[in-house]
Write a protein that binds this ligand. Structure first.
Ligand SMILES: Cc1cc2nc3c(=O)[nH]c(=O)nc-3n(C[C@H](O)[C@H](O)[C@H](O)COP(=O)(O)OP(=O)(O)OC[C@H]3O[C@@H](n4cnc5c(N)ncnc54)[C@H](O)[C@@H]3O)c2cc1C
Length: 442
């Protein structure tokens, strides 16, 4: 029986992958992905940093996070992820510039994001503390007065991908397996069988050709990121269920530095990435995070806003970028990665670094954030749909049918994507999820 996935970001792509994977006995049943944007991956999944962690999560998502991290590693090993989507092992560092080095205390899960501190506060506390001078940091990080770094990850527990290239890989491989991706298309309504009240299919509209068509299906998975609440409301207007998913905007830059190259990446750092988290410079008002990514690129983000309204289409984000915010982020990039001015050293704190960085891409995108801080990975009970729809509880596997939701991964959607796709496929197939997701159910 067919499954329609609404939202073609990393969660939708991962779900399509595991619905058609050898791990599912129903893998040959039809799967459709409905994506409203004309350009693929123009939302957060295409503009995220791509940092992956195994054990930086609160207890509610710890099992899902670990499963997902292991699936990322496995997928990369099986499909040449190092080349295809820049999968690399990483080392996470906290950069501190206070005169006296101190260890961080912190909160786990997404709390750091909600209280506006650094992601480093979520790091597993099980690593051996190693506070070192900046010499142990990568050469692309400019020396800072009083700067020292603390390694905040254990070997093999953090990694890096280029999320857009990973999404493209997932899209291509699912197309090879027969999944149909429809874009720019939106779902207008759900049609039900008048006798059994079971889902019969969805009516969709192609916004380019303005043509309507019908896709038969029994299962609907909604994973439209920060748009999930509005998609759900449009399809189930009589439901009183409120998902409470809101958008948290984030600016980012992809940068090239003369102090980082493919050769350094391969030879000096042996193909490893560095993830650097800091609250420096204090006066910038946010907590920068920097990731070196495959191909000698460096990604910087951390400048967030909860007041920018979510555009109706992901690709419209480009038009609403605030140039001043981009400049603020660029200034911080130069402070952290620019060239030390000739004749000065890191102790000349008042001398600005030279801007010799090349900006390859500017980004603004929206994380889907829930008010509990936990993602929602769940079947929607029939009685919460408010439309009289009924799944066939006596039917096996995907025949049972129903509506499912996977969203609200906040700052961790890339890291937790494959695990989420895997457990969504389990839920649709009507089997016990690969890991316990009780705390993520509606
Ligand atoms: C600046 C920044 C940096 C980040 N860095 C990291 C990181 O390093 N590591 C990490 O793990 N996470 C990171 N994240 C978080 C991560 O990007 C998100 O959690 C993740 O991309 C969410 O994926 P998604 O598929 O749920 O949503 P999205 O990527 O938003 O995809 C949802 C899709 O649904 C589509 N859609 C919307 N409405 C409809 C409709 N009506 N019909 C059909 N389709 C529709 C959208 O066009 C979109 O393509 C970062 C986020 C930001 C903002």
């Amino acid at each position: 029986m067919a499954t329609v996935i609404i939202g073609g970001g990393i969660i939708g792509a991962s779900t399509a992958y595991y619905l058609t994977n050898d791990t599912s006995v129903h893998k040959s049943q039809p799967v459709h992905v409905i994506e409203s944007s004309s350009q693929p991956f123009s939302a957060a999944s295409g503009y995220a940093g791509g940092f992956l962690a195994r054990d930086w999560f609160s207890s509610a998502t710890a099992a899902l996070g670990a499963l997902s991290f292991d699936l990322h590693k496995k997928l990369a090993e099986e499909h040449g992820g190092a080349e295809k989507w820049g999968y690399m092992e990483s080392i996470a560092l906290n950069l501190d510039v206070s005169e006296h080095a101190k260890r961080r205390g912190g909160s786990r899960g997404d709390d750091w994001l909600r209280v506006g501190t650094s992601r480093a506060d979520a790091a597993s506390k099980s690593h051996e503390a190693q506070i070192s001078p900046l010499d142990s940091a990568p050469a692309w990080l400019t020396k800072q007065q009083y700067g020292h770094v603390e390694v905040i990850s254990n070997p093999g527990t953090v990694a890096q991908v280029d999320p857009r290239r990973l999404c493209e890989f997932l899209k291509d491989i699912t197309i090879e397996r027969g999944v149909r991706w429809h874009a720019p298309v939106r779902v207008l309504s759900v049609r039900k069988d008048s006798e059994t009240n079971a889902i019969e299919g969805v009516v969709v509209l192609n916004s380019e050709s303005q043509t309507e068509s019908f896709i038969p299906c029994k299962n609907i998975v909604i994973c439209a990121g920060p748009w999930t609440q509005s998609v759900f409301e449009a399809l189930f207007p009589s439901s009183s269920l409120r998902l409470r998913v809101s958008p948290l905007a984030g600016y980012s830059l992809v940068i090239r530095s003369p102090r980082h190259s493919l050769v350094q990446e391969q030879q000096t750092y042996q193909g490893r990435s560095h993830a650097i988290f800091t609250t420096h410079p204090r006066d910038c008002g946010f907590s920068p995070e920097l990731f070196s990514r495959h191909g000698g690129e460096i990604y910087i983000a951390g400048l967030n806003s909860s007041t920018i309204p979510l555009p109706s289409q992901a690709e419209e984000s480009k038009e609403i970028m605030d140039r001043e915010k981009i400049q603020d982020l660029k200034r911080v990039a130069v402070r952290l990665m620019g060239k030390l001015t000739e004749g000065h050293n890191e102790s000349s704190a008042d001398v600005p670094n030279e801007d010799d960085l090349e900006v390859l891409r500017e980004g603004l995108c929206f994380r889907p954030v829930t008010d509990t801080g936990r993602p929602i990975v769940s079947r929607v009970p029939d009685n919460a749909l408010g439309s009289g729809l009924k799944s066939d509880t006596s039917a096996p596997g995907r025949e049972r049918g129903g509506v499912f939701i996977a969203t609200g991964h906040g700052p961790w959607g890339i890291s937790q994507s494959l695990g989420t796709g895997r457990v969504m496929a389990d839920l649709v197939d009507g089997i016990k999820p690969s890991v316990n997701i009780d705390a993520l159910q509606l």
